[in-house]
Design a protein. Structure first.
Length: 253
């Protein structure tokens, strides 16, 4: 899961993101960080984006999302997350819900580039389970006047009361937020997505540099050449009855 410049109407670019390492129960590493201009086979499938006004910056974001059911077929790696990104650098921070060979897990991540080298910082991986409620939080501190901050990314399983946290100093202000993203690797059939058919990101809150909450923007994007095509789509309007909610659709729609 790495740093995209979000594409929309063929104007913006999506930067592909790699994936975090799944370390619990001795599992082999998941795909390493990757950040490149969009090409065929990029792993982002769908996303909902928003951004702040020019000259402003984001000081924090939170969102909640429930762990879907276990997919009927295996062999894939799935990631669901909200995230934050600067305007000019290939960096992203994200509280991640992941599915892989060892089932569902959560972690907190920051991915960026150092020269031409991809660097991915990750917190401890914590196992979770279908039906558990996850809360992702990205909070800034020690910000300078330009909005360059220290960021604390916390991913919490509210059901099990376990959390995993990463704190990193950053080099640029964050100006773009992703209300929800689906990223996938190794999917060759639609049964490798959960039978739920969608995931909702609820209670989304985004805060500007003054700590004021912003309305959630909905710049929707779906990868049109995703193969196989599994009924992908996003909810461009709020999901009732939540005011600040978006949904990502997948599977057998």
């Amino acid at each position: 899961m790495r740093s995209p410049h979000f594409p929309h109407l063929a104007v913006l670019l999506l930067v592909a993101l790699g994936a975090a390492a799944n370390t619990h129960r001795g599992a082999p590493p998941l795909p390493a960080a990757r950040a490149s201009v969009q090409t065929a086979g990029d792993p982002w499938i769908e996303a909902v984006r928003g951004s702040v006004a020019k000259g402003s910056w984001i000081s924090g974001m939170t969102a909640s999302y429930r762990v879907p059911s276990t997919p009927p077929s295996d062999g894939q790696i799935l990631y669901f997350f909200p995230g934050l990104q600067p305007t000019a650098t290939r960096t992203i921070i994200q509280p991640v819900l992941a599915y892989g060979a060892d089932g569902w897990s959560i972690r907190s991540e920051r991915a960026h580039h150092v020269d031409d080298r991809e660097v991915d910082e990750r917190s401890e991986t914590v196992p979770t389970a279908p039906g558990h409620m996850i809360r992702g939080t990205m909070r800034s501190s020690a910000c300078n006047r330009a909005g360059v901050c220290t960021w604390t990314i916390t991913t919490t399983d509210l059901t099990s009361a376990r959390s995993t946290t990463l704190t990193e100093e950053d080099t640029a202000p964050y100006t773009t937020y992703f209300a929800g993203v689906l990223e996938a690797y190794g999917v060759t059939r639609c049964s490798q997505y959960p039978n739920d058919g969608s995931i909702e990101f609820d209670d989304i809150s985004v805060y500007d540099e003054d700590g004021d909450e912003l309305p959630v923007g909905r710049d929707d994007w779906v990868r049109g050449d995703a193969t196989p095509w599994c009924g992908f789509g996003t909810s461009g309007a709020p999901v009732p009855p939540m005011r600040n909610s978006v949904a990502l659709f997948f599977g057998h729609r």
